[in-house]
Design a protein around this ligand. Structure first.
Ligand SMILES: Cc1cc2nc3c(=O)[nH]c(=O)nc-3n(C[C@H](O)[C@H](O)[C@H](O)COP(=O)(O)OP(=O)(O)OC[C@H]3O[C@@H](n4cnc5c(N)ncnc54)[C@H](O)[C@@H]3O)c2cc1C
Length: 176
């Protein structure tokens, strides 16, 4: 029953929470990281994701999933979003949402694709392509925050060097 301890595993525990954008930074020409303050956030494990719900003034509403990019840190949650030019939601999040705006988040979601530093002592091979790097960055950041020495190796595939995410963070990582 170990999975019962994973935050957000049980649907009944998931409810929509208000998330206020408190900061943002560019990650590449096409991606940005959004920093949210989420009162009531239950905490997460690196590798989990959230559902994001946007609701227009006329009541139209739409949802997408985004991996959590940040290590667990109280009620702060970071998402890194790649802009899909003809997409509905990602251009809004990357280009339009501004500091102070409030959206809705539900999560954390997902109990299998996670790294549990207190239980998992084996070396970890991380393999990512494109925005698939986001949940792996949460694992790398968690390892760093905890001073964990489990060996991590990363294989990261990119369409072009300019599309790399988390360049400053990855440069400063201790290779372990
Ligand atoms: C678990 C999970 C985690 C994710 N994590 C991240 C993350 O960390 N970062 C990230 O950037 N993304 C992530 N995604 C992807 C994200 O959920 C969105 O799919 C992405 O942002 C695109 O959404 P959009 O609304 O901009 O594009 P959409 O409007 O959904 O369109 C996406 C593309 O599909 C095409 N399309 C849409 N509808 C149709 C249709 N009916 N027929 C044919 N083509 C169509 C569009 O033209 C466009 O090219 C994740 C997805 C999942 C499931």
């Amino acid at each position: 029953m170990a999975r019962a301890a994973v935050p957000g595993r049980l649907g009944a525990r998931l409810r929509w929470l208000q998330a206020r954008l408190t900061g943002r930074r560019d990650e590449s020409d096409t991606a940005g990281t959004l920093v949210f303050d989420v009162p009531g956030w239950p905490g997460h494990l690196p590798g989990q994701h959230v559902d994001v719900r946007l609701t227009a003034e006329d009541g139209y509403s739409t949802q997408r999933s985004y991996s959590i990019a940040s290590a667990p840190d109280g009620e702060r949650v970071e998402l890194t979003v790649e802009r899909i030019d003809d997409g509905e939601v990602s251009p809004y999040l990357v280009d339009v949402l501004k500091v102070g705006d409030v959206i809705e988040l539900r999560g954390p979601v997902g109990g299998w694709f996670v790294w549990r530093p207190e239980e998992q002592k084996e070396p970890v091979l991380l393999v990512a392509g494109g925005s698939g790097m986001v949940p792996l960055m949460a694992m790398i950041r968690t390892r760093r925050a905890l001073g964990n020495r489990v060996p991590f190796r990363l294989v990261y595939g990119l369409r072009s060097p300019r599309s790399q995410l988390f360049v400053p963070d990855l440069r400063t990582q201790d290779p372990g």
